[in-house]
Design a protein around this ligand. Structure first.
Ligand code: HEC
Length: 478
């Protein structure tokens, strides 16, 4: 069917349109506050010297191997030189900590290495602890042995990993490596600092003639990754007027925190499937990846796949380097929202429409297009709508089209809606002559403004599948 529209799968116009979606959204909802990320799993343990020595007296002499807890040189800790003679880092060797990647991934286990070198040494020992950079006396993640060369000591919530008797490798010269595992905190806890002290010893079985070294390594959460995305069912809202819900083929915005590492916009290209992965983020709706037009730490704009069933469906945000988050969201047959611009109060919206068939389908974004609306809030608008005038209303969330509802690629020909919406101008009801999806998730409703429409502001709503668009969207009638 032809509706006198030119679209031609024009990616640029669709993109411009959706940038507009974002603009409207940003304008109205920029006050959305980021939820605080929980750090409640981190326990702050005051570790005074008295405490250190208490544990020392309990455990140091009980084990024939391993350094006593709390001698890594971490803030608030001493080093091995409390007992071993000499000055830290004065020998000819060095101590290194190796982390296998540039950053840590929350919840993931990494194989770490401590390498101690010294040309004068023939017996070896070390101790390492992991702390939050923001709270150096708070443990970060979990240390674990992977072989007989190391063992973990604990005191309260704190952990240290140190050498065993076998791990001292008496007789080995040049250098030794200690390997162990570290499991990162479950959520992005900020940068972690590993503190270590090493003893490159002479093997005389005493505290003399050894070289003590210290070092530390800072590891931040993997860039662009890290914390688990946080959102709720009610923070999934229509992209125009921010009313909660989802519908097949609806553009929705997910509000939340840690949703993405940075801002990324889509690049729709005609003839290719639209992006379902943007800035390392994928959103699956009932297991199907949704087209994404924009991702940022606090907002994702996505197109609900056209074949999404009604009812509760899982929405899963998968962000590279972070654990996925799943929230069940209710899908209704429609979630209608009219293209509109907020007034300065931000509480009322004014519809921006076009005179019917005013050129391109997306003429409302074309400065030369025939945009009708409230010029006081939308400077692209020429004037208000006249009674009896035929107009094209642009909307999202009007539900399924005839046949298959296409949401994964651009298309050239408008596809009629399976169910015609009802248009209301205040109390007056009008039946559209045409309602079609003209671009993925974007609908056009052609209707004649009632002849009896009085000049002024009138509430404009669309009703389809028993769902009505926001009551605070107005049309300026002149
Ligand atoms: C509270 C005192 C004390 C502290 C603190 C201490 N050690 Fe020792 N360490 C000893 C004593 C005593 C010996 C000798 C007896 C033995 O080997 O058990 C020793 C021996 C060693 C030996 C064997 C030395 C050799 O030449 O044979 C190594 C290796 C070692 N310690 C590593 C460490 C490391 C690493 C640290 C710091 C992270 C450390 N120790 C901290 C008391 C301490």
């Amino acid at each position: 069917m032809t509706v006198g529209l030119y679209l031609g799968g024009n990616a640029v116009e669709v993109e411009t349109f959706l940038q507009e979606v974002r603009f409207v959204y940003l304008y109205k909802y920029s006050g959305f506050s980021k939820t605080d990320r929980g750090t409640s799993t981190m326990i702050h343990l005051p570790l005074g010297k008295g405490l250190v020595f208490l544990f020392l007296s309990l455990t140091c002499w009980a084990n024939s191997s391993g350094a006593p807890e709390g001698h890594t040189g971490a803030p608030g800790e001493q080093t091995c030189t409390v007992c071993h003679t000499g000055t830290v880092n004065s020998g000819r060797g060095r101590l290194r900590i190796e982390f296998p990647s540039a950053g840590y991934t929350p919840g993931q286990t990494s194989r770490m290495r401590v390498i101690l070198e010294d040309p004068a040494a023939s017996r070896w020992g070390f101790e390492l602890t992991a702390r939050l950079e923001s709270a150096p006396q708070t443990r970060a993640g979990t240390l674990a042995s992977v072989d007989g060369n190391t063992m973990v000591n604990t005191a309260g919530a704190m952990q240290w990993i140190t050498h065993t008797a076998a791990g001292t490798r008496r007789g080995t010269t040049g250098s030794v490596t200690f390997e162990f595992n570290w499991t990162a905190p479950a959520t992005d806890a900020g940068a972690v600092v590993f503190y270590a002290a090493g003893n490159a010893a002479n093997g005389n079985g005493t505290v003399t003639g050894d070289n003590i070294y210290t070092t530390s390594l800072r590891v931040a959460a993997e860039s662009g990754g890290g914390a688990r995305p946080t959102f709720t069912a009610s923070s999934v809202v229509d992209a125009f007027t921010a009313r909660p819900g989802m519908a097949p083929g609806a553009w929705v915005t997910i509000q939340g925190s840690e949703l993405a590492g940075s801002e990324t916009h889509w690049t729709p290209v005609g003839g290719r499937t639209l992006d379902t992965r943007l800035g390392g983020v994928t959103v699956k709706v009932n297991d199907a990846p949704a087209v994404l037009s924009f991702v940022s730490p606090t907002r994702i704009t996505m197109l609900v796949p056209g074949n999404t069933p009604e009812g509760e469906v899982p929405v899963v945000i998968e962000r590279e380097g972070a654990a996925p988050s799943t929230v069940n969201v209710r899908v209704s047959a429609a979630l209608p929202a009219i293209h509109c611009v907020p007034d300065p109060s931000g509480n009322r919206f004014f519809a921006s429409v076009t005179s019917a068939g005013a050129g391109t389908s997306l003429a409302l974004l074309n400065p030369r297009g025939w945009i009708l609306g409230n010029p006081a809030v939308d400077n692209r608008a020429l004037r208000g709508v006249r009674a009896g005038e035929e107009i094209d209303i642009y909307a999202i969330g009007l539900g399924k089209t005839e046949g298959e509802t296409t949401t994964d690629r651009l298309f050239a020909n408008p596809v009629p809606l399976a169910t015609l919406p009802t248009v209301r101008f205040g109390e007056l009801t009008a039946t559209p002559s045409l309602a079609a999806m003209i671009a993925p998730g974007l609908y056009l409703v052609r209707v004649k403004a009632p002849e009896s429409l009085a000049a002024g502001e009138v509430a404009l709503t669309l009703e389809v599948h028993g769902m009505t668009s926001a009551p605070n969207v107005f049309l300026l009638v002149q």
